[in-house]
Ligand binder design. Structure first.
Ligand code: CU
Ligand code: ZN
Length: 184
């Protein structure tokens, strides 16, 4: 009798340990997210607009490389941001919310240490309306608490002046996309 009780206690303890370990692992994943090395957003025009394109985000040694290929824009600079929500359902793109700002910082330029995480500045379209942007951003991340995966990407009608709070006065939203996990 005594022997079987001991065995029972040991079995329960082992089971608790197993459940405890997997719970801890689940908690860790929920808190820190999985590790992704590449993400992609396919941008579609908002209502009555023509802008479309593809933006990729790839983890590199010193940050995240952002490559944007866009077309259908008016020539000149256009505000380019990561917005809080990966929701392009509203015809004007308003459902994507404001600039992604998990650290409660002011709106600024990409090179600033005090900026919205989503402040990617501007893209510049040539005379033919196309954009080719390729730079490494040191603030955005594909992993952890401030991961951009699942957030929105917005291209604006006008130039982001990099100072007006909290939007950069970039005007209407002409294209919207959702950042998803890409094949590495
Ligand atoms: Cu924006
Ligand atoms: Zn901003």
């Amino acid at each position: 009798m005594k022997h079987s009780i001991t065995r029972c206690v040991v079995a329960v303890a082992v089971q608790c340990l197993i459940v405890g370990v997997s719970l801890a692992q689940m908690q860790h994943e929920a808190m820190h997210g999985k590790t992704f090395s590449k993400a992609i957003a396919v941008l579609s025009p908002t209502k009555d607009q023509k802008a479309f394109g593809i933006v990729t985000f790839t983890v590199v040694e010193n940050g995240v490389r952002v490559i944007a290929e866009r077309a259908g824009l008016t020539p000149g600079k256009h505000g380019f941001h990561i917005h809080e929500f990966g929701d392009c359902s509203a015809p004007d793109g308003a459902s994507a919310g404001g600039h992604y700002n998990p650290t409660d910082m002011p709106h600024s330029m990409p090179a600033s240490a005090k900026r919205h995480v989503g402040d990617l500045g501007n893209v510049e379209a040539g005379k033919d309306g196309t954009v080719h942007l390729d730079y490494v951003d040191t603030m955005i991340s594909l992993t952890g608490e401030h991961s951009i995966i699942g957030r929105g990407v917005i291209v604006h009608e006008k130039e982001d002046d990099l100072t007006t709070q909290p939007t950069g006065a970039a005007g209407a939203r002409v294209a919207c996309g959702v950042i998803g996990v890409a094949k590495e």
